[in-house]
Design a protein. Structure first.
Length: 256
């Protein structure tokens, strides 16, 4: 038996990277997994025996439709993984208001709308599990410490961190646990873009940039998507039944 047997999970931003790895890990642990992204991740759904739909996490109507779809197709929801997110690396003087608003719309407003939309479904099934139901929000080490050129991204991920803590206290009575995961630089398309952006900002080659970013992690290398996926599965399961409002840092020691 798996840690997630019988549970229904939704992972947003699941077409690649951490979202895809998390969906696979939840399915491997026994969950029935629904996956969404701007382009319907139907290949992933077929691979893991789940379901998929296209979803814009910045749309309130899309969130309502996604909850209706989950109820109709799977019978409800036990785990929400707010994973969809954007990355931006720009000096503050080069960051436009449109940049700021777009990043906050996806990284912060999407998490807010998803949480709010999912609460009724999560509350309905919380009695089924020893640890209740769960929301796991993907933040970042950037939600814990600042970075030059990362102020806009820092703002969004810091907001997710504290939104998570407030929700954890508010939703405890409904037996809905809310936690955040804070990855360091992970070897995904987004992680590689960070390395490219750093190379451009520092005027160095990509190999030199990769070496510098890797060295920023005391373990000496980038993380793997599975490292983060495993953390999400733990927080979603009854193994974390007494864990809410926490920040699980998966960063190779970067913030130690």
């Amino acid at each position: 038996m798996g840690d997630m047997d019988g549970r229904i999970a939704l992972v947003t931003g699941a077409s690649q990277g951490l979202g895809a790895a998390t969906a696979r890990a939840l399915a491997a642990a026994g969950a029935k997994v629904a996956v969404t992204d701007l382009k319907e991740p139907d290949d992933l759904a077929a691979e893991i025996g789940g379901i998929a739909r296209a979803q814009d996490v910045t749309s309130e109507a899309d969130w309502a439709a996604t909850m209706d779809w989950l109820r109709a197709e799977l019978g409800g929801l036990d785990v929400l993984v707010n994973n969809a997110g954007l990355w931006l690396f720009k000096p503050i003087l080069e960051t436009t208001l449109d940049d700021w608003r777009r990043l906050h719309a996806v990284n912060v407003e999407g998490v807010f709308m998803g949480t709010r939309a999912a609460i009724p479904l999560l509350a309905e099934r919380a009695h089924l599990w020893r640890g209740g139901t769960a929301i796991v929000n993907l933040s970042s080490v950037a939600g814990i410490e600042g970075a030059a050129g990362g102020s806009c991204y820092n703002s969004t991920k810091g907001a997710v961190r504290l939104f998570t803590k407030g929700c954890a206290k508010e939703l405890a009575a409904a037996r809905i646990r809310v936690n955040s995961v804070h990855p360091g630089v992970i070897d995904t398309a987004m992680g590689r873009k960070l390395i490219d952006d750093f190379a451009g900002a520092q005027g160095v080659g990509n190999n030199e940039s990769l070496a510098a970013v890797s060295a920023a992690h005391p373990l000496g290398h980038l993380g793997e998507p599975q490292n983060v996926a495993d953390a999400v599965v733990f927080l979603a399961s009854d193994r974390a039944a007494f864990t809410t409002g926490s920040e699980l840092i998966v960063d190779g020691g970067m913030t130690a």
